[in-house]
Design a binder for this molecule. Structure first.
Ligand code: NDP
Length: 321
């Protein structure tokens, strides 16, 4: 495993990490969660991602139970979770980053995870209604209370992140250290364009999500939608709708590049994310141990991504704008 600094913090995260969105509770039971987490940890993964909203809290509960059974040393791994969408419908409990929701929400996360702190707490989306200043103070207080070691954002604009950073700096508060954006061969513009300044000047680390665009970049959808795949899950029809002929054609064109490197398209797509040094960690998702094993193989493919190979990939996917 390779370890990279989380932005400019002193903490090192495994270049590949493991997340629980869609899979925990919907596709994996507690026994399977144990096995996937154990496989990831044994491969050197030290960063595990979750969110309050995943499976309506059940994903955190399952991860907490697994962590308890697995009994790893607490200092040997990092847990990230996120707040924003909420678990209840009250006006102050959903789609919000207000102070009350955040200060109370973290307690629920810790209870479900059976932990006394998480390592990274992220604001899952920006909240246009709560002043950023209120959110920054609340996140600072959560860090000061010892309930999170670091805090950051997910899918905030560069401008919002810079604003949060500036407020924290002005008041000597804990600053956001990481952003969690989507980043894959179909979604590049924000990471490679808009975020340049917050990465280079503010030192924000990236923990990137959906390296396979929900599995599309594995090539599994080339012949239709397998019944046991994410795109066939009830409630995830929007993923099926994103499987368009032009995207399938891109995956087709990536196949020979992967073949030349003796790797799978999944490994190629994940290694491509790792090639960007602004990425602290690439979050993997998997429903089977074989998928996770295969995806971990991206580390071996990374050194094979020469400038020529990168140019061949760019020819296929375009400039991402
Ligand atoms: P991917 O894009 O890699 O999709 C993972 C899914 O693709 C798997 O669950 C599996 O689904 C399929 N798959 C994975 N590997 C293979 C393979 N080798 N061959 C065939 N199929 C494969 O990542 P995710 O979308 O799951 O995102 C990863 C993590 O990022 C999440 O768990 C979460 O922690 C985080 N995330 C954060 C978000 C945010 O807003 N901050 C948003 C989304 C994710 P199946 O077998 O069911 O087809």
């Amino acid at each position: 495993m390779e370890y990279r600094r989380l932005g400019r913090t002193g903490i090192k995260v495994s270049a590949l990490s493991f997340g629980s969105w869609v899979t925990f509770n919907n596709q994996l039971d507690s026994n399977q969660c144990d096995r996937m987490l154990a496989l990831a940890y044994e491969a050197g993964i030290n960063f595990f991602d979750n969110a309050e909203v995943y499976a309506k809290g059940e994903s955190e509960r399952l991860m907490g139970e697994s962590l308890k059974r697995l009994g790893w040393r607490r200092s040997s791994y990092l847990i990230a979770t996120k707040l924003f969408w909420g678990l209840h419908d009250g006006p102050n409990e959903k789609n919000t980053l207000n102070r009350k929701y955040l200060l109370e929400g973290i307690n629920g996360c810790l209870q479900r995870l059976q932990l006394d702190h998480v390592d990274l707490l992220l604001c899952h989306r920006p909240d246009p209604e709560t002043p950023i200043e209120e959110t920054v103070w609340a996140m600072h207080d959560i860090v000061t209370q010892g309930k999170a070691v670091y805090w950051g954002t997910s899918e905030w604009s560069a401008e919002e992140i810079a604003r949060a950073h500036e407020i924290a700096e002005r008041h000597h508060l804990h600053k956001p250290v990481a952003e969690q954006p989507q980043y894959n061969l179909f979604a590049r513009a924000r990471v490679e364009g808009e975020y340049r300044r917050i990465i280079n000047e503010l030192g924000i680390g990236l923990t990137t999500w959906s390296p396979l665009a929900s599995g599309l970049l594995s090539g599994k959808y080339q012949g239709g939608i397998p019944a046991d795949s994410r795109a066939a899950l009830p409630g995830f029809e929007w993923i099926r709708d994103r499987i368009t002929p032009d995207k399938l054609a891109v995956v087709d064109a990536l196949l020979p590049i992967a073949r030349d490197l003796s790797c799978s398209v999944s490994q190629l797509a994940i290694a491509w994310c790792l090639r960007n040094r602004a990425v602290s960690t690439v979050l993997l998702g998997a429903t089977r141990e074989e998928q996770l094993q295969e995806n971990l193989g991206a580390l071996v493919v990374l050194p094979k991504l020469t400038d020529e190979v990168m140019a061949a990939i760019a020819d296929v996917v375009g400039d991402g704008k």
